[in-house]
Write a protein that binds this ligand. Structure first.
Ligand SMILES: [Mn+2]
Length: 296
């Protein structure tokens, strides 16, 4: 690794013995390299760099830990404000403000604050709706600090208490997440984690027609996290996980007929013997969430 300041001189040296340049083909870097070395072929380095990025160094893990701590704090700041009559964008503003206050770059991705029926829309990020009493609000909000992302989702009751059906479904998503976290260790693959979650959802609870719930999970439950919030190639890998990788576990249920969407997402480090939940500081248990919201 070399300092960025030496980039142009080192590039000139490297080009004396190399015909082509392998790089991530992203702007504005492609344009810059084409002007520095107009006659050289640019090759996509994605497939080479991806595996190098999957396993994090100690310094990277520390950076993700710090970013995750700020993400947890941002969620807690939002919980303090959530109440009927507040707009989704006000919640997003509170989380973004906290991140900037802590010296982070800001959000690692467009914050999703999805109340009531909006939570059944997977990538809803308009954040324009006024929250109503008795609803849930899903917050998928993560910070980027020192170049490293974190990815955290919680779903909490707008009025501070889960209604019985909300709690029943929440407990099922929570159980599915716990099953996947319990299985997370080196050697496990992302497709296996998906299967564990889907089996759990299919084995617990029913929809309004008496059908099983697995089909209401409409996305994969895990991806790598690092310099990018969806850090490739762990995002799509079927390779066994290794200690030092950082991934999310994010089961969800999105049931339009009931206007309920629930996701719980944490950022976890794979360790030699299992895993460490880096976002464990943010309550996941329904009773703990209710207690945290009571303290407002
Ligand atoms: Mn995610």
């Amino acid at each position: 690794m070399l300092p960025v300041a030496q980039f142009e001189s080192q590039l000139a040296k490297a080009l004396e013995s190399s015909a082509s340049i392998a790089m991530l083909l992203r702007e504005p870097y492609v344009t810059r390299l084409r002007s520095l070395a107009p006659l050289r072929e640019l090759i996509d380095a994605e497939s080479k760099l991806g595996p190098l990025r999957a396993k994090k160094s100690a310094a990277e893990i520390e950076a993700i830990r710090k970013s995750t701590d700020v993400g947890v704090e941002a969620h807690l700041a939002a919980w303090k404000r959530i109440a009927p009559g507040l707009f989704e964008y006000q919640v997003a503003a509170t989380t973004t403000s906290l991140m900037l206050e802590r010296g982070c770059e800001g959000n690692a991705y467009s914050p999703i604050v999805a109340s009531g029926p909006n939570a059944t829309t997977l990538h809803y990020s308009q954040n324009t709706r006024m929250m109503q009493a008795g609803e849930l609000v899903l917050m998928d909000v993560g910070s980027e600090c020192g170049g490293y992302a974190t990815d955290i989702t919680r779903t909490v009751p707008v009025s501070g208490k889960f209604a019985p059906r909300q709690r029943e479904l929440y407990e099922i998503v929570f159980g599915a997440q716990n099953a996947a976290i319990a299985a997370l260790k080196p050697g496990v693959t992302l497709p296996q984690l998906n299967q564990i979650v889907r089996d759990y959802l299919d084995g617990h609870g029913r929809d309004l027609e008496g059908g099983s719930l697995g089909r209401y999970l409409t996305h994969r439950v895990s991806h790598g996290v690092g310099l990018a919030v969806h850090d490739d190639p762990a995002a799509s890998s079927t390779e066994p996980l290794q200690a030092g990788m950082v991934i999310t576990i994010e089961p969800g249920l999105y049931i339009p007929e009931e206007k309920i969407g629930i996701r719980i997402e944490d950022t976890l480090l794979v360790t030699e013997n299992g895993c460490r939940n880096l976002s464990a500081g943010l309550p996941r248990e329904p009773a703990e969430i209710e207690r945290a919201m009571e303290r407002r």
